[in-house]
Design a protein around this ligand. Structure first.
Ligand code: HDE
Length: 700
């Protein structure tokens, strides 16, 4: 019996001699002086947790057994409804540090003092899949941040994509129903590649900009640590004079952007469905704390009026080249929750949680969200008192007269539970310190109408596509082809291509051709003719916004008995200096004996550590070892996949037969290493992350 080595609470490993064998051979662990006594939830000490109470040792069980009944009762009710969207997620604690006072724009307390640290909790998620789905689905990632400010909780409930599928919250149930498993067959899980999704999309032209993002590598990030986050909507800052400045929120990862390729994503889902959560766990456990900068795009009504699109339309972004994001603070994640359920599962983010000095715009999606997030908590957490759960409770003083309800932990003390009152007790409102809404002047008839200023559905989709490098454009074409190849109804495929024709003709033609369409459909009717005068924006490309170093990345090192111990140490040191990690992949997890007789422990055996789990690989094998590996499919795949996925491969001379067998055609990304200088060169090359030039050759 062992306990996980990873957990913070892990103590000594329990040895077999500490166990007592019962009459039926079952094992009992009896509390000694150091270990706490096992009790019921009522605090009653338990004598035997291995056997129910029975009449005779082979007789019927007794309902008198309160310990058994309580244990099963509680177990039967362990599940709460998963989130309708964003069910699969992973969170961490940290803090936000303010760079300098933003008092000119906002009176929010969090932005008044340089260097102020505010506790934070962040939950990353996928949208479509259920709680147990895999991490590398092609999907938007949720990026929800709860800031425990001195003026109450502020939740920035964002995504890793700056725009959304729809313009009006009333369409949210429809888009989500369409992407979820189809209701009659209950599949596919966590995938948009099916008829219902593309049917809805093909009938919803406003989704086209988001579709470009979703089909790009943004939807298959390498890790949460290498993604941007966006508040999506336009919000308002209000200063002490209640003057308004529009604001958009952007989180920029310190380590740069990085994604995987689709062929890799599919394989990662098999090899490690928890790839993203493990990455966050490992980084934080290693003290390698992920960090983002919060940037704001600030603008006034004049800018909004002169901008090409409506700033209330959540299918549009403001290119960063037009409005430079200003860094205003940093977010550091430095602590994993003590318990996943208590914190990550029960955390309740709500767009309507804003401090004084932050206010909403009239974006119709945001307005709808402000209703939804409170409503959903009652279903999931089961009580109006969900703010009594520690993860949701404010960390500043708070006083109100809300009382009673299921699981009330905190009720007003004393006689006063209303106001105004004559008792001179209890909290009072404060017009100056409290939250005030922007005094927006609104006029017009009561209508169900979409503003005409929302009608251009293709121009920014085209701008996004034109901003990608060729490799990225190819990935978009391949993703569209893959997804539409799973759509069984030809008319849906054609309708999607008809929209693509309004975005980029080459893209549409390529997809149509790869789908085997005999002729191109007519371009979809556009409410407003797409523009082709929007300047490409470099900030929209992942490759153009990669890291400057290989920090935080991981090399998979394939070793065998007799491998060069000195070289291995040199590589390990060079990676450490770069701030990167390495993981040993060996024929047996017990490890190998290196050239100097030392034992090199394996982290993975080859089948368990395919190269898709690493950012680059190194083959440090002996001649004999390499020869043996040529006969193993997993070893050949390790090398072949790394090559196909355009990764950098370091190898010793003795690894040649393995490279040959794996079909590797040496190029500048396949780097021979024998001395320390080669190793340094390899690590420096890895900063580029991939040799994209290889991609056309390997026909990924
Ligand atoms: Fe959400 N969304 N959403 N959403 N959303 C939820 O709230 C909703 C939208 C986002 O880690 C739900 O507590 C509506 C945009 C994240 O716990 C629910 C609309 C963006 C998370 C809900 C949207 C998001 C949610 C489900 C259309 C990016 C996970 C469980 C108007 C800016 C938060 C829950 C977490 C979760 C409603 C659209 C981000 C049902 C009605 C746009 C990151 O209330």
């Amino acid at each position: 019996m062992t306990r996980s080595k990873d957990t913070k609470s892990a103590t000594a490993i329990i040895h077999d001699q500490d166990l007592v064998r019962g009459s039926g051979g079952e094992l009992h662990q009896v509390a000694d002086g150091d270990t706490p006594l096992l009790t019921t939830a009522q605090g009653g000490p338990v004598a035997d947790d291995q056997n129910t109470l029975k009449y005779g040792e082979r007789g019927p069980s007794l309902i008198e057994d309160f310990h058994f009944r309580e244990k099963i009762f509680h177990f039967d009710h362990e599940r709460i409804p998963e989130r309708v969207v964003h069910a699969r997620g992973y969170g961490a604690h940290g803090y936000f540090e303010t760079y300098e006072s933003l008092a000119k724009y906002t009176r929010a307390d969090i932005f008044q003092r340089a260097g102020e640290k505010t506790p934070a909790f962040v939950r990353f998620s996928t949208v479509a899949g259920s709680k147990g789905s895999f991490d590398l689905a092609r999907d938007v990632r949720g990026f929800a941040v709860k800031l425990y400010t001195q003026e109450g909780n502020w939740d920035i409930v964002g995504n890793n994509i700056p725009v959304f599928f729809i313009q009006d919250a009333i369409k949210f149930p429809d888009i989500i129903h369409s992407v979820k498993p189809e209701p009659d067959r209950a599949f596919p899980q966590a995938q948009s590649a099916h008829d219902n999704f593309w049917d809805f999309i093909s009938l919803t032209p406003e989704s086209m900009h988001m579709i470009m993002w979703i089909m790009s590598d943004r939807a298959i990030p390498r890790s949460f640590r290498f993604m941007e986050g966006f508040g999506v909507h336009t919000f308002r800052f209000l200063n002490a004079e209640d003057e308004s400045t529009f604001v958009k929120f952007i989180w920029k990862p310190k380590l740069g952007l990085q994604s995987v390729v689709w062929n890799e994503a599919v394989k990662i889902n098999g090899a490690d469905p928890d790839f993203h959560r493990r990455d966050l766990w490992d980084a934080i456990q290693a003290g390698d704390y992920p960090e983002w900068e919060l940037c704001v795009q600030l603008f006034d009504q004049e800018f909004a009026d002169s901008f090409d699109f409506d700033v209330l339309d959540p299918t549009k972004l403001i290119p960063e080249e037009i409005l430079e994001p200003i860094p205003v603070g940093r977010l550091v994640l430095d602590r994993m929750p003590d318990n996943f359920f208590a914190e990550t599962e029960q955390v309740a983010f709500m767009t309507q949680n804003v401090p004084p000095g932050v206010d909403f715009s009239n974006d119709p999606l945001l307005q709808g969200r402000n209703f939804s997030y409170l409503d959903t908590q009652i279903k999931r957490l089961g009580s109006t008192n969900f703010t009594h759960i520690p993860i949701n409770a404010p960390k500043c003083p708070f006083h109100h007269f809300q009382q009673d309800g299921h699981l009330a932990m905190r009720n007003p003390v004393g006689r006063v539970n209303y106001q105004p009152n004559s008792w001179g007790e209890g909290p009072r409102e404060h017009p100056a310190r409290g939250h005030r809404s922007y005094r927006d002047e609104v006029e017009g008839p009561k209508v169900r109408l979409r503003a005409e200023s929302f009608a251009d559905h293709y121009s920014q989709a085209r701008q996004f596509f034109n901003s990608q490098i060729e490799v990225e454009q190819n990935h978009i074409a391949m993703a569209l082809t893959f997804e539409l190849s799973k759509v069984e109804t030809p008319v849906i495929r054609e309708r999607v291509v008809s929209h693509l024709l309004n975005i980029d003709e080459t893209l549409a033609t390529k997809v149509a051709d790869k789908l085997g369409m005999k002729k191109l459909p007519k371009p979809a009717d556009a409410a407003i003719a797409p523009r082709d005068d929007l300047e490409p924006s470099d900030r929209l490309s992942i490759v153009k916004n990669g890291p400057e170093s290989f920090k935080g990345r991981k090399v998979g090192v394939l070793v065998t008995d007799g491998c060069d111990a000195k070289l291995l140490r040199t590589l390990s040191d060079a990676l450490k200096t770069e701030g990167a990690n390495m993981e040993i992949v060996a024929p047996k997890v017990g490890g190998v004996e290196a050239s100097d007789g030392s034992l090199i422990e394996g982290k993975q055996m080859i089948d368990g550590g395919p190269s898709v789990l690493y950012d680059a690989v190194a083959l440090i094998v002996s001649a004999e070892g390499a020869e043996r590996l040529t006969k193993e499919a997993a070893a050949r795949d390790f090398v072949a996949d790394a090559f196909t996925h355009c990764k950098f491969i370091a190898h010793v001379e003795d690894a040649r037969p393995l490279l040959d067998k794996a079909g590797v055609e040496p190029d500048e990304g396949v780097i021979a290493i024998s001395a320390a200088a080669d190793v340094k060169g390899f690590v420096e090359t890895c900063r580029k992350l991939r040799l994209w030039a290889r991609e056309t050759k390997v026909k990924l």
